[in-house]
Design a protein around this ligand. Structure first.
Ligand code: ADP
Length: 319
C-alpha cells in the first residue's frame, strides 16, 4: 500500500484493499478493493444501499473499517486523521449547516480550520456565490446550497475532493452548472471522488467508474470500457404493429438479445442492427412504431453485470 511512483509522488491518490464494514447484521461493504489515480475523476456508482457512502466515509476517516487497508496519499485515515484533513476535502450534507449563519460567516468559519486556506473571495467568485455573501444559509436555493457545500470542501485547498451525492435534488440546470464546476475544479489538479447514483453524471464526468452493487464492486473501468464489457453495441426499442415470432430476429447475426417490456420490444446487438431488425420485421408484415435507438450505456453495463437496474429500488434493497 502507498507505493511511491518513480517521480516520487504517490502512484495512487487512494488505495483501498479488502475493505469490509458491517452494521450489526447488515454487511454494507464486503471485501472491496480499488485504486484512484492521482488527478482523475473517479466515480462510485450504484443504487441506494450499495455501500458507496460507507466506503467513502472509511476513506475520509469518519468510520472505522472492520477489516482492510486504506491509504490516502500514503496516509492511514485512522492513524493520520489530522494530516488527512489537510489533504482531503469532503462535501458535507447540506442539512448539516446552521440555517442562521450567513454565507460569508460559514466560509470564514471553515477557513479558520486550516493553516493555509484557499482565497475565500476567489472561491465564492468561481462558485457564483459572490452576491450571496451576506445572505442567510436558509435563504439559499438548492443549487446555491450545493455550491456552498462544494466551496466548503475546497476551502482547505485539498488535493482530493470527496463529493457525495452532489446533485441529488437539483433541477436539471443546476445539475449541469454543478458538473461544469466539477470539471473546473478538476482542471485545477484536484483528484475527485464522486459518489452518485446517476449514470448520466458518471458518464459525463468520470475518467473511471466503480460499479457498486450490494457491498461489492461489480466492475471498474472507464464508462466506455464498462459499456463495451457489458456486451457493448447498440439497442433498438420499438412497439410492433403485430405479435411476431422472436426467432425471426434472434436468428439474425446482428442480434444478441430480445426482451419484451410491456408493449415495447428491446433488441440489443451490433453491426447494422437497426436495419436488420426493421427490414426483417417489414418482410414479415410487421411495422415497428415508436422506434428508439441507442448505444450501450453504464446503465446497460450495470444491468448486465448485476441483473438489476440502477434505480429499481424494490429489487435492489432485497437481499
Ligand atoms: P449507499 O451510499 O450506496 O446508499 P450506504 O453505505 O449508505 O450505501 O449503506 C449500505 C448499507 O448499510 C445499507 O443497507 C444501509 O441501510 C446500511 N447502513 C448505512 N449506514 C448505516 C448505519 N449507520 N447503521 C446501520 N446500517 C447502516
Amino acid at each position: 500500500m502507498g507505493a511511491r511512483s518513480q517521480r516520487g509522488e504517490w502512484a495512487y491518490a487512494i488505495e483501498v484493499a479488502h475493505l469490509r464494514k458491517s452494521y450489526g447484521d447488515t454487511v454494507a461493504v464486503d471485501d472491496i478493493s480499488f485504486s484512484v489515480t492521482d488527478g482523475e475523476i473517479f466515480g462510485i456508482l450504484g443504487p441506494n444501499g450499495a455501500g458507496k457512502t460507507t466506503t467513502v466515509e472509511c476513506i475520509v476517516g469518519l468510520r472505522v473499517p472492520d477489516a482492510g487497508k486504506i491509504s490516502v496519499m500514503g496516509l492511514d485515515p485512522q492513524i493520520d486523521r489530522e494530516l488527512l484533513h489537510t489533504i482531503v476535502g469532503v462535501q458535507l450534507q447540506a442539512s448539516a449547516l446552521p440555517a442562521k449563519l450567513r454565507v460569508g460567516e460559514i466560509l470564514d468559519l471553515y477557513r479558520s480550520f486550516y493553516r493555509d486556506p484557499a482565497d475565500v473571495e476567489e472561491l465564492i467568485d468561481v462558485l457564483g456565490l459572490a452576491d450571496k455573501r451576506n445572505d442567510y444559509y436558509r435563504s439559499l436555493s438548492g443549487g446555491q446550497k450545493q455550491r456552498l457545500s462544494i466551496a466548503l470542501a475546497l476551502v482547505g485547498r485539498p488535493k482530493i475532493a470527496v463529493l457525495d451525492e452532489l446533485t441529488t435534488g437539483l433541477d436539471p440546470q443546476a445539475r449541469r452548472d454543478t458538473w461544469g464546476l466539477i470539471e473546473e475544479i478538476h482542471e485545477r489538479g484536484v483528484t475527485i471522488v464522486l459518489v452518485t447514483h446517476y449514470m448520466d453524471e458518471a458518464e459525463r464526468l468520470c475518467d473511471r467508474v466503480a460499479l457498486f452493487d450490494r457491498g461489492r464492486i461489480a466492475a471498474i473501468g472507464s464508462p466506455r470500457e464498462l459499456a463495451e464489457q457489458a456486451g457493448g453495441g447498440k439497442h433498438v426499442r420499438f412497439v410492433p404493429s403485430a405479435p411476431f415470432d422472436d426467432r425471426l430476429l434472434s436468428e439474425l447475426p446482428e442480434v444478441r438479445s430480445i426482451e419484451h417490456q410491456g408493449d415495447h420490444v428491446l433488441v440489443t446487438g451490433s453491426g447494422e442492427l437497426v436495419n436488420a431488425v426493421i427490414l426483417t420485421l417489414t418482410a414479415a408484415g410487421v411495422t415497428a412504431h415508436d422506434v428508439q435507438l441507442g448505444s450501450a450505456t453504464l446503465e446497460d453495463a450495470f444491468v448486465r453485470l448485476t441483473g438489476r437496474h440502477l434505480h429499481d429500488e424494490d429489487q435492489v434493497v432485497q437481499r
